[in-house]
Design a protein around this ligand. Structure first.
Ligand SMILES: [Zn+2]
Length: 115
């Protein structure tokens, strides 16, 4: 849970002091302890987890709106697309941080993942 918690806070899983990302979601070496956080593979897990979470949050409301008012398709897109896009972009860094933290906690690096 330590790695997960530190990753969700977007902090280095080693020391919890340094920042995990240098830009939006670019993993960097820790400025506090020097740990190589780029060694932990994330691959497709953060987008998958983000879409899983965001999809399960929004899809019931999309169906409820469609069932209740039957709005035209352009209204559905105008309402839901910005909301879903915003929540996806807001959630993705935290999911990536969580995956890096889980990889750190379980000792999964790019080298061990290849074997
Ligand atoms: Zn660190």
């Amino acid at each position: 849970m330590t790695g997960l918690r530190r990753g969700l806070r977007l902090r280095c899983p080693h020391c919890s002091e340094g920042h995990l990302f240098s830009s939006f979601m670019k993993v960097k070496d820790c400025e506090a302890c020097g740990a190589d956080n780029t060694a932990y593979p994330c691959d497709d897990a953060p987008p998958y987890l983000t879409l899983f979470l965001v999809g399960h949050l929004f899809v019931p409301f999309v169906f409820m709106m469609d069932k209740a008012w039957s709005p035209p398709m352009w209204v559905m897109f105008a309402v839901w697309l910005p909301l879903i896009t915003a929540l996806t972009l807001a959630t993705m860094p935290f999911m990536k941080g969580a995956v890096v933290g889980l990889c750190w906690a379980n000792g999964i690096t790019r080298e061990t993942a290849r074997q």
